[in-house]
Design a protein around this ligand. Structure first.
Ligand code: AMP
Length: 473
């Protein structure tokens, strides 16, 4: 059955136009975007006459074999995708890029983000006889792109993009051109680069570093950039209605620390979040430690601000996947235990400040506090380098229902008690915003903290979707 929860995706996209090693560079770039999705990966290439693709389930190295990559040699343009779906719909048909064969020509599409009216459009297309092969919202966009009646590809793209609502950073490939576009609120990142004279685009600049590309700039909200010919570029927008709402969680947790947004390092942003938290927390302790890997920079910033020594108090087992994607809570708890191990010699007898970037269900914090105490910590003060996560994200981050969110259900004091910490401090929304602004942000989406959703949520308010959610479909 069609699963509305299956729409909830975080992903990484890449595209490159007119490079002799297009597929190989895409493969390398996807490697460095792997943190954005581990469920499936794919590449679609063009030789100027036809599109070809390879995709599979799992990590990139499992998803695309050496033989498959070899079969894509010699094509000049390519798009690629790594996928991270949360629940349901974990099947090969949903792995992108999608490749459609149509009388108008071939179409390849890779999308990061969530469309908030995909269900509504899908029902309308189905009622006219349209059929879908996947449960993904991205296929809805492909339908709209192909349905267009205008003569020019760009006019059809603009018409399609103006019908969808939500968050999308997309790469679209056909025989004549590569298009990169970002939704008009700029929720998900998309960057423009150049390598050996060829243009490329990526979700994060760490992909450019991996392939030796120059990071030119961030693609702006509502921008529609088309690469064609040898190296022709057309810069346009698909709408005049532009807003700035970059996802706050991209800064806090999701992006790699060696990536940059608006030419500012994520590493420095996270350190500054830690400094700001230190100002707001005002606690005395012997050491400060970060939960590896995502909170190491915030802990460093905290230490610089307070003068409390920064130690490595927790060791991460690098060979375990993300705990978050495990569907069952009891398995998730065991995984967290295997994932982070306290270093007794560092912890014993100390008053410890431990920094994590967020509390979602509370599984990690509960275990970490317990582990630190059993390693002999005298006191454990938990600092969270983001505000309480109280609201689901409809724009592509894996936080889907109020029921799953500890801070949606409980007060800070109750959470402190539940996780067993001596104190618990979250960063304020204002403090967070000040840091982002200082590091070049033009505006954020902070809906998961504040409930202020910048883009209309159509599907989740439809009675039939509410009913599907109620039944847990
Ligand atoms: P939990 O154990 O459910 O409270 O999740 C909190 C942990 O998950 C933190 O250590 C975060 O680093 C991490 N985290 C936060 N947001 C996400 C997300 N959207 N996807 C995966 N992991 C996350």
């Amino acid at each position: 059955m069609y699963d509305i929860r299956g729409l909830n995706e975080e992903c990484g996209v890449f595209g490159i136009w007119n490079h002799p090693y297009a597929a190989h560079l895409t493969y390398l770039a996807l490697h460095s975007l792997q943190h954005r999705g581990q469920e499936g990966a794919g590449i679609v290439c063009s030789n100027g006459k036809q599109l070809f693709g390879a995709r599979g389930m799992g990590l990139l190295t499992e998803a695309i074999s050496d033989e498959q990559l070899k079969s894509l040699e010699g094509y000049q343009s390519a798009i690629g995708h790594v996928r991270y779906a949360t629940t349901g719909a974990s099947e090969i048909s949903n792995v992108q890029p999608f490749l459609f064969k149509h009388s108008k020509g071939d179409l390849g599409l890779a999308h990061n983000g969530n469309l908030t009216n995909a269900h509504q459009i899908r029902r309308a297309i189905e009622s006219e006889g349209g059929i879908f092969q996947t449960t993904s919202d991205s296929e809805v966009l492909a339908h709209l792109l192909i349905k267009g009646k205008a003569k020019s590809i760009k006019a059809n793209q603009k018409a399609a993009l103006n019908q969808v609502k939500g968050a999308f950073s997309c790469v679209i490939l056909n025989e004549q051109q590569l298009t990169a576009t970002r939704d008009n609120c700029g929720v998900r990142p998309l960057m423009l680069g150049k390598v050996d004279g060829a243009y490329c685009v990526a979700s994060e600049t760490c992909a450019f570093t991996a392939i030796g590309a120059e990071y030119i700039r961030d693609i702006e909200p509502g921008e529609l950039i088309t690469f064609s010919g040898d190296n022709d570029v057309d810069y346009d927008t698909y709408t005049p209605d532009i807003h700035q709402h970059m996802c706050a969680m991209e800064y806090i947790y999701f992006a790699r620390p060696d990536s940059e947004f608006q030419k500012h390092s994520i590493y420095q942003v996270r350190k500054a979040l830690g400094r700001q938290l230190a100002k707001e927390m005002g606690v005395e302790a012997d050491i400060v430690i970060g939960v590896p890997d995502s909170s190491l920079q915030a802990a460093k910033g905290f230490s610089e601000e307070t003068g409390i020594p920064n130690e490595q108090g927790l060791l991460k087992n690098r060979y375990i996947g993300r705990t978050f994607i495990t569907p069952d809570q009891s398995v998730r708890e065991r995984q967290v235990r295997m994932k982070h191990s306290p270093i007794r010699d560092v912890i014993e007898g100390k008053s410890v400040v431990v920094i994590d970037d967020s509390i979602v269900r509370g599984t990690t914090s509960k275990y970490i506090v317990k582990a630190l105490k059993s390693a002999g910590a005298r006191e454990v003060h938990m600092g969270i380098s983001s505000p309480p996560l109280k609201n689901p994200c409809y724009y592509g981050i894996d936080v889907s229902t109020h029921a799953e969110l500890m801070a949606a259900q409980h007060s800070v004091e109750t959470i402190r008690d539940m996780i067993g910490a001596d104190t618990l401090t979250y960063l304020s929304v204002e403090g967070m915003h000040d840091v982002f602004k200082q590091y070049g942000s033009k505006g954020e989406c902070n809906a998961c903290f504040t409930g202020n959703y910048p883009i209309e949520i159509v599907d989740h308010l439809l009675p039939e979707v509410k009913e599907m959610k109620r039944r847990g479909v």
